[in-house]
Design a protein around this ligand. Structure first.
Ligand code: C2E
Ligand code: MG
Ligand code: MG
Ligand code: MG
Length: 291
C-alpha cells in the first residue's frame, strides 16, 4: 500500500503499531489469566525406538484451550510469551506438569518412559534455572533421569554460558537434547564440548528424504556424526513408512512423528502405556497413522 500523502502514511503506520501493541497486550493479559484459569494442558508425542518399535520417550507439547478461540497451537502464543517474559512462569508450569504427570504414571505401575520438555531462550537464560528444576524434581519425586530438556542451537551461541548451565543441569542427572537440529547456528565446537545426550533432526530434512538427495545426504550425515560423537539421534516429523525404512537403514536410533502417533492428551498416552505393559513391542509400522 503506497500512499502519496506522507501524513496519511504516518497515521496509517502509527495505527498499525497501536494495533500490534494492543494485540500483544491482549495476548499477554490473556495468557496470565489462562495460567490462573488452568487453560493450558500438555499433550505428549511418543518417541519410538526404530529397531524394536518400542515407545522409549515422549515429548511434552503445550496446548491452550482458549474459552472463545478454542485450541490455540503453541506457534500462535509461544513467541508472544517469550517476548513478554510470560514464558518464564508458563515454562515453569510446563516442567512441573510434565514431571508430575510422569511420576503419576510411574506410580500407577506404567513403564518408566522419559519425558522431554522444550526450553525457551528466556528460561535458559535464568540464573536460577537449575535450582528450579532441582526443586521441581524434588517436589514431584521424579528421578532426574526421566526428564530431558530440549534446547535449540541458538541457545548454545554463548558457549561458555551454555556450557556452565548445561553442566549444572546434567549434574542434576537430567538429559539434554538439541531440538530442530540443523536449522540453526551449528558449530562443531559446541557439539564436542557441551554435555548433550541426543540430537533431534529437524523435520524439514526428514520430509523429503525420499525425493531430495540433498536431504537424504544431510540426514545420513547427521546420523553418522551423532553416532561418532556418541550421541543418540532421533528424527522428527516422520510421517511415512518409506521414511521409517530410510532411517532404519541408516541406523537412526529413534523416530517421532505422525507415523508413530500425533501428540496425545494424557489419557491417550496412558492407554498406550497400558498397551506397552500388556504386550510385546510391535514393529513401528503397525502403529496407527494419524488422520
Ligand atoms: P518442536 O519442539 O520441534 O515440536 C515438534 C512439533 O512438530 C510439534 O508441533 C508437533 O506436533 C509437530 N509434529 C510432530 N510430528 C509431526 C509430523 O509428523 N508432521 C508434522 N508436520 N508435524 C509434526 P507443536 O505441538 O505445534 O509445537 C510447535 C513448537 O512449539 C514446538 O516445536 C516447540 O518449539 C514449541 N513448543 C511446544 N510446546 C512448548 C513448550 O512447552 N515450551 C516451549 N518453550 N515451546 C514449546
Ligand atoms: Mg521440541
Ligand atoms: Mg522447537
Ligand atoms: Mg523440533
Amino acid at each position: 500500500r503506497v500512499k502519496e500523502n506522507g501524513k496519511n502514511d504516518y497515521l496509517l503506520h502509527s495505527g498499525d503499531m497501536d494495533h500490534v501493541a494492543l494485540h500483544k497486550l491482549t495476548i499477554q493479559h490473556e495468557m496470565r489469566r489462562a495460567l490462573l484459569n488452568q487453560e493450558f494442558a500438555l499433550f505428549y508425542q511418543p518417541q519410538y525406538d526404530l529397531a524394536s518399535g518400542q515407545i522409549v520417550g515422549m515429548e511434552a507439547l503445550i496446548r491452550w484451550f482458549h474459552p472463545e478461540r478454542g485450541l490455540v497451537p503453541p506457534g500462535d502464543f509461544i513467541p508472544a510469551a517469550e517476548e513478554s517474559g510470560i514464558i518464564v512462569p508458563l515454562g515453569d508450569w510446563v516442567i512441573e506438569e510434565a514431571c508430575r504427570q510422569n511420576k503419576e504414571w510411574q506410580n500407577q505401575g506404567m513403564p518408566f518412559i522419559p519425558v522431554s520438555v522444550n526450553l525457551s531462550m528466556r528460561q535458559f537464560s535464568q540464573r536460577n534455572l537449575t535450582g528450579k528444576v532441582s526443586d521441581i524434581l524434588e517436589q514431584t519425586g521424579l528421578d532426574p533421569r526421566y526428564l530431558e530438556l530440549e534446547i535449540t542451537e541458538s541457545m548454545t551461541m554463548d558457549v561458555d554460558r551454555a556450557s556452565q548451565c548445561l553442566k549444572e543441569l546434567t549434574d542434576l542427572g537430567v538429559n539434554i537434547s538439541i531440538d530442530d537440529f540443523g536449522t540453526g547456528y551449528s558449530s562443531f565446537h559446541y557439539l564436542k564440548n557441551l554435555p548433550i545426550a541426543r540430537l533431534k533432526i529437524d523435520r524439514s530434512f526428514v520430509r523429503d528424504i525420499q525425493q531430495d538427495p540433498n536431504d537424504a545426504a544431510i540426514v545420513a550425515a547427521i546420523i553418522a556424526m551423532a553416532h561418532n560423537l556418541q550421541l543418540q539421534v532421533i528424527a522428527e516429523g516422520v510421517e511415512t513408512e518409506d521414511q521409517v525404512h530410510f532411517l532404519r537403514s541408516h541406523r537412526c536410533d529413534e523416530m517421532q512423528g505422525y507415523f508413530g502417533s500425533p501428540p496425545l492428551p494424557s489419557d491417550g498416552v496412558l492407554a498406550l502405556l497400558r498397551e506397552k505393559l500388556n504386550r510385546p513391542a510391535l514393529p513401528v509400522h503397525s502403529y496407527i497413522r494419524a488422520s
